[in-house]
Write a protein that binds this ligand. Structure first.
Ligand SMILES: Cc1cc2nc3c(=O)[nH]c(=O)nc-3n(C[C@H](O)[C@H](O)[C@H](O)COP(=O)(O)O)c2cc1C
Ligand code: SF4
Length: 427
């Protein structure tokens, strides 16, 4: 029996992505029709019952976020969809944006109705140029069919959705940097508090949710929060889109019920990763993007749920599962990760801007026999602690997560080239 689900990917690749009638043919817009007859409180109660955790990486409970925004009296309110998808190894929002844009548009419109919002914005990764055009077409078609724009479904409520293109900066996926960028400012993170629910886009109350989170909302409204919850894990309902890449035999996006498959299933099941390419052995896997943890084969039987992964020192993050085989030296891999963060650091704060450069210097020393001593190892550990604690935003705070978790599994590789006598001789 298949372990996969099609809760939010239903219709992907089977219908014309921009055709409203074909979307309606697979149950599309039934949820919006139901939601306009419900009170905002009733919709939010279902999102809370569903225990939908934000699919953008931080896993914040969407129901609490929605409830908080509902209680803020200031208007106008805005709905912002984070479609920046800058996390390497992550291409799951692309599936929804490219193949089922109307499911996302329906989810954003439901949020618009719930909050009586003025407008919605979808901030899309700059490289997704074709997808941006498709989104605009889908929005136009939804308006022509009366599901968006003036007088949505004859309710008297008017709501429009705008598409904003990113310019290729990873940090613009951080929700406050994303709002700055949407406003036409430099895409750097804001100081928080104030919370974005209170002071968000154009300094107005704002909901920021990931594509996959918002695309889950129609299923929650239609099926009800309890049923959505039962599909997944008791702590986090529904499904997760996971992305298999690198040395996995099969690359792609797969929709799995949370809590019902293991990492081993995800990597080895023929319907998903299909094992390691070229008959090689698995060495490690990198979960949730560059900012996520590295796991070892000993952790393969961990159940893929937010709770189980957290208990094992791992995370869901964006849903990326980058699979690496036995030929990959851990230091080389970590150098690539650190170069990514050097490139993407916005430069606003020292622990991230300088810390990543220093990490790379030490990793390079550790790669050369006899070049590093034990002080370098101690400095590496100190840098990880400082960057995690003192960086201004999530980018710097999580830049060393891969290194820190790799250390636990592959310490001998870090130490292999260290000149043990050098530190003492220098002292
Ligand atoms: C450096 C950085 C990059 C991020 N990139 C993304 C991204 O590309 N897409 C996304 O949805 N969330 C991203 N996030 C998380 C967002 O800040 C935010 O938590 C998310 O959009 C909230 O939506 P959710 O609750 O539905 O997950 C990023 C966070 C950081 C710190
Ligand atoms: S941690 Fe600091 S330098 Fe790094 S991206 Fe965030 S604000 Fe910019």
């Amino acid at each position: 029996m298949s372990k996969l689900k099609t809760l939010i990917s239903e219709g992907a690749g089977k219908i014309d992505p921009v055709s409203v009638s074909e979307y309606v043919g697979v149950g599309g817009y039934e949820a919006l029709k139901k939601a306009v007859g419900m009170t905002p409180e009733a919709v939010i109660a279902e999102v809370k019952k569903a225990k939908l955790l934000g699919r953008g990486g931080a896993a914040y409970p969407s129901g609490s976020k929605w409830e908080h925004l509902l209680h803020i009296p200031e208007t106008p309110k805005y709905i912002v969809c984070n479609a920046d998808e800058g996390e390497p190894g992550t291409f799951k929002d692309k599936l929804i944006l490219g193949k089922l844009p109307l499911r996302l548009i329906e989810g954003i419109t439901i949020a618009g109705v719930v909050f009586g919002a003025k407008a919605g914005y979808i901030y899309v990764r700059g490289e997704y140029r074709t997808i941006q055009k498709r989104l605009l077409k889908a929005i136009e078609n939804a308006k022509a069919a009366g599901y968006l724009g003036a007088n949505v479904l004859g309710t008297g409520f008017s709501f429009d959705i705008h598409v904003i293109s990113g310019a290729g900066a990873y940090v613009c996926g951080e929700n406050s940097a994303l709002l700055n960028s949407t406003e036409g400012k430099v895409g750097r993170p804001r100081i928080k508090p104030p919370h974005l629910a209170e002071v968000g886009l154009f300094l107005q109350p704002t909901l920021v949710n990931n594509v996959e989170s918002l695309a889950s909302v129609p299923a929650i409204v239609l099926k009800g929060g309890d049923e959505f919850l039962s599909i997944g894990h008791p702590d986090s309902g529904g499904t997760k889109l996971i992305c298999l890449s690198a040395h996995a035999k099969n690359h792609g996006v797969f929709e799995i019920p949370l809590g019902k498959v293991t990492l081993r299933d995800a990597i080895y099941d023929p319907e998903m990763g299909g094992g390691i390419a070229g008959g090689k052995q698995l060495k490690f896997f990198h979960l949730g993007g560059q900012s996520g943890p590295i796991g070892s084969p000993a952790q393969l039987d961990t159940v893929y749920s937010y709770t189980d992964l957290r208990k094992a020192g791992l995370t869901v993050g964006s849903g990326a599962i980058v699979v690496l085989d036995e030929t990959v030296p851990i230091l080389e891999y970590l150098k690539g990760v650190t170069e990514f963060f050097i490139h993407e650091s916005c430069g606003k704060c020292v622990p991230c801007r300088e810390g990543n450069k220093q990490l790379l210097k030490i990793l390079e020393k550790l790669s050369v026999p006899g070049a590093a001593n034990e002080n370098d190892l101690a400095n590496l550990r100190r840098l990880v602690t400082t960057m995690t604690a003192a960086s201004f935003c999530g980018l710097g705070q999580s830049a060393a997560v891969a290194l820190n978790t790799a250390w636990k599994h592959f310490k001998p590789e870090f130490e292999a080239n260290v000149n043990r006598g050098a530190a003492a001789a220098a002292a």
